[in-house]
Design a protein around this ligand. Structure first.
Ligand code: MN
Ligand code: MN
Length: 271
C-alpha cells in the first residue's frame, strides 16, 4: 500500500539504554506508568519480550509471533486533535536488523478477515502527524478480526476516548491472547484480544489508583464467526485477573498490591 499523500514526519525514536532498570524505564515513559506487564528489555537476546519505547506508546515485541505481547499507552487531551489520519502502514525499523519486519504484504489476501488492527488507535494520537504516524508502525498492529476491529473494539476505543476528552487521564494496555493461525510470513493472528483501561483524573498516575478507581477490561474473540460487528462491547467485560491468568502477565504492577487485589478481581458493570 502506498504511504500517505502528505509528507511523512520521521518518527524520532527515544534512544534507550538496554540496561535501564524497570524503575528507570517507568520513569522515562509515561506510557508504562502502570508498570511493565512482563520483564521486557531492549535486549536482542530477549527476542520474545523485547521492549520498544516509542514517543507516544511502549510495547513488548515477540519475535516468534511477530506481533506485540502488549502495547501500553497514556491517553489524555494533549494527544487529541483534528489531524488527518495517516493513509498507510509502515515497517518498524527500530527492530533489530536481523529480525523479520512485518510489512503490508504479510496481510495480503486477508481483506475482510483480518484487518491491520491498531492497538494504540489512530484517533488516540491525532494531535499532529508525528503522533499519528507512529500508530501506523506495524509493531502497533495485529491481525484483528474485521467484525471485532470495526465493531465492539472500535466502540470501546471511542468510549474510552470520550472519557479522556473530558480532561480525564486514562492508561490503556492491549494485546492478543493465544494463536489462532499464522498469516503472511508467520504473523500470529491471536485467538482473542484483550484491553485494560484505568480511568483517572488529569495528571494522576499509579499512586493515585484507589480501590474505587474504575477499570474496564475486556477479552473479545478474534474471529469473525465468534463476534458480530453489532455486539455491545460491554458484554465482553472480564476481570483483569482473568486476563492475567490467560496471558501470564502481571498488569498494573506499579499499583500497591492491596489495591491491585481489589480492582483486578472486579468486573466493571457500569452502564
Ligand atoms: Mn482498530
Ligand atoms: Mn496485576
Amino acid at each position: 500500500m502506498a504511504c500517505g499523500s502528505r509528507d511523512k514526519t520521521s518518527v524520532d525514536e527515544v534512544a534507550i539504554d538496554q540496561h535501564l532498570t524497570h524503575e528507570q524505564t517507568i520513569k522515562l515513559s509515561t506510557h508504562v506508568a502502570m508498570g511493565l506487564p512482563t520483564p521486557a528489555e531492549t535486549n536482542e537476546a530477549k527476542s520474545n519480550d523485547y521492549l520498544l519505547i516509542k514517543n507516544y506508546f511502549a510495547l513488548s515485541y515477540n519475535n516468534s509471533k511477530h506481533i506485540a505481547n502488549w502495547v501500553s499507552w497514556n491517553l489524555n487531551p494533549s494527544y487529541l486533535g483534528t489531524n488527518k489520519r495517516n493513509s498507510g502502514f509502515n515497517v518498524d525499523n527500530q527492530l533489530p536488523s536481523g529480525w523479520l519486519r512485518v510489512s503490508d504484504s504479510d496481510y495480503r489476501g486477508y481483506s475482510g478477515i483480518y484487518d491491520r488492527g491498531h492497538m494504540v488507535a489512530s484517533a488516540d494520537r491525532n494531535k499532529n502527524d508525528a503522533m499519528n504516524d507512529e500508530t501506523f508502525l506495524l509493531t502497533n498492529v495485529i491481525p484483528q478480526a474485521s467484525y471485532n476491529n470495526q465493531g465492539p473494539w472500535q466502540n470501546l476505543e471511542t468510549y474510552i476516548r470520550n472519557y479522556a476528552k473530558q480532561n480525564g487521564e486514562v492508561y490503556i494496555i492491549a494485546g492478543g491472547i493465544g494463536e489462532q493461525e499464522r498469516i503472511g510470513r508467520g504473523i500470529v493472528a491471536p485467538t482473542d484480544v484483550f484491553k485494560i483501561a484505568v480511568f483517572l483524573k488529569t495528571g494522576q498516575g499509579a499512586s493515585d489508583v484507589a480501590t474505587s478507581t474504575r477499570v474496564i477490561s475486556v477479552i473479545m474473540p478474534n474471529n469473525n464467526s465468534k463476534i458480530n460487528v453489532k455486539d455491545d462491547w460491554k458484554k465482553f467485560r472480564v476481570s483483569v485477573d482473568e486476563i492475567e491468568r490467560k496471558t501470564g502477565f502481571d498488569f498494573l504492577s506499579q499499583v500497591p498490591t492491596a489495591i491491585q487485589n481489589v480492582i483486578e478481581s472486579r468486573v466493571d458493570t457500569l452502564p
